[in-house]
Each structure stands twice: as C-alpha cells, then as structure tokens.
Design a protein around this ligand. Sequence first.
Ligand code: URA
Length: 234
Amino acid sequence: MRLERFVSHALGLPRRRARELILSGEIAVDGEVERRPAARVGPGATVNCRGEDVAPPGHLYLMLHKPCGLISATRDDRQATVLSLLPEALARRVHPVGRLDKDTSGLLLLTSDGDWSHRVSSPRHACRKVYRATLAEPLVNDAEVRLAHGLVLRNEARPTRPATLQRLAPDAVLIGVTEGRYHLVRRLFAALGNRVTTLHREQVGGLVLDVALQPGEWRHLDADEVRRVLTSSE
Ligand code: URA
C-alpha cells in the first residue's frame, strides 16, 4: 500500500491532509522520516506520526510469543495482560484469540477481526493446537490409546475429543488437541495420573510459532498465514 493511502485510512484523514503530513516530514517508516507520499509500505512496516505508532488500516492479525506471567485478556484490574507487550495503537484494536494460561508460553494470536477469531476458536471448526509439555512423572505406556479414545475429565460428563501424542522423552511430549476446554492439556495429563510442569504452544491450525520471535516479541501475519491458521495440519 502507498504511504499516502495508509496514513489517510489509518488516521481517518482526507488524502490531501495525509499528503501534507508526509511532505512536512511528520511521518516515519521503520524509524526513518519518509517524505514520499507514493512510497510503498510493506505488511510488517512500522509507521509513526509525530512520535506515535500508527496502526495499519484494515483488520490486524498478529502472532505473539507469549511469555509466562501475563494473562490472555484485553484488560484486568490487577494483573498485566498480553496487550502490554504491544504498541498502544495496536493494543487498542486487538483481542487475544482464545486463551493461554498465565503460566503457559508460546503462540498466541491477536486480531481485530471478530469473525476470524470466532472461526479459529469455534468447536465446529476443530482447529488443531499443538503443545509441548514437560511432565512431573514419566508418562504411562497406554497414554496414546487413552488420549485417542478420549478421557472423561473431573467434574465433566462428555469425554474429550481424540488427542494425538508424540513422545520426545520419558517426561516430555507434543500433544495435539482440537478443542478449547479450560486448562485442557493440564487436565488431560492429570487424568493420566501425571502433572504438567511446563506448557508451551507451538502451533495453531497450520501456523507454527516463528522461531525468530523471542518471548514477548510479536509480528504481523501475512495473508497466507492468516489463511493457514484455519487449515489444520498433522
Ligand atoms: N491447556 C492448558 O491446560 N493450558 C493452556 O494454557 C492451554 C491449553
């Protein structure tokens, strides 16, 4: 997108006013003043107006490497939320897609697009999520079969949907689930007589957490990645 259009849409200004701001050197792209109204703005570029980050027009789709210690909510009176990791101009517009527990790290999606968020989270869509878990005890031998059949969790009547398991070590696994029940992974391992000591989400649908992102870092998704979330892959 051209800078003039970006600024005009993002700030809700007439094109003429956006152009004036650019020509007068008030707009920076990726930290450099940009005075060319026709300059191209790439999908991950940061645009800044008079020292404030400007969120791009249209819907926002972000991936965050969530660190432990923050809650997955848009606001909370007592605890810091994942939105505290974003520039204000973005934090004002996005919400987390589903939740990770405070002490779970890994891939968290954030968006301004309620329909997309709903589809990713909806049980009807059965979007697959993959977690890396470390366990307090070595895992029982029949865990694969029991997870594939579904387990009845404490205080619930309906068994869980089939989950897949890949053993990485006697006390470390990758587990794939297609539903979003509260504390699901921790409760699955509790039902197998074990306890999760660390939990990290690596994948949502066909999208894997970018290994270049350190805990607390985020980036925009490109259009292909936005689509890929809704394709589940093994
Ligand atoms: N399952 C859990 O138990 N915790 C999470 O954060 C995500 C899935």
